[in-house]
Design a binder for this molecule. Structure first.
Ligand code: FES
Length: 106
C-alpha cells in the first residue's frame, strides 16, 4: 500500500491502494491541490517537487517532456495529473502553486 507524504504541508500522509492512480487523484483525496486545466496536461499548475521515490512514478508523459524542454518542469518535478504512483513517495508543493488558504511549512 503506497504512501504519499506532503512534506511541506504538515507532513500529511496519504495511504492509497495498489491500483495505479494519478498522483493528483491521490492528493485530492486529502487536500486541495491546484489543477487549472482539469488534469489534461495543458498547464503546469499541478506540479510537485519529488523529494523521494521518483523511481515509484511512471515515466514522464509527452506533455511533461515538452514542458521540461521549455524549462517549465525541472528534473525533480512532475505533473501530478500525469504521474502514476506505484510505491512510497514524498513531495513538496512548489512556492508558485501554493494555495492561499492552506498553511505550508516552507
Ligand atoms: S492539471 Fe494541468 S497539467 Fe496537470
Amino acid at each position: 500500500m503506497p504512501t504519499v507524504k506532503i512534506v511541506n504541508l504538515q507532513s500529511k500522509s496519504i495511504h492509497c491502494d495498489d491500483k495505479r492512480e494519478s498522483l493528483l487523484d491521490i492528493l485530492l483525496t486529502a487536500t486541495d491541490w491546484m489543477h487549472a486545466c482539469g488534469a489534461k496536461g495543458r498547464c503546469t499548475t499541478c506540479k510537485a517537487k519529488i523529494v523521494a521515490g521518483m523511481e515509484h512514478l511512471s515515466p514522464r508523459t509527452r506533455p511533461e517532456l515538452q514542458y521540461a524542454k521549455l524549462n517549465k518542469l525541472r528534473e525533480d518535478e512532475r505533473l501530478t495529473c500525469q504521474a502514476q504512483v506505484s510505491g512510497d513517495i514524498e513531495v513538496k508543493v512548489p512556492k508558485e502553486t501554493q494555495l492561499p488558504h492552506l498553511t505550508y511549512t516552507e
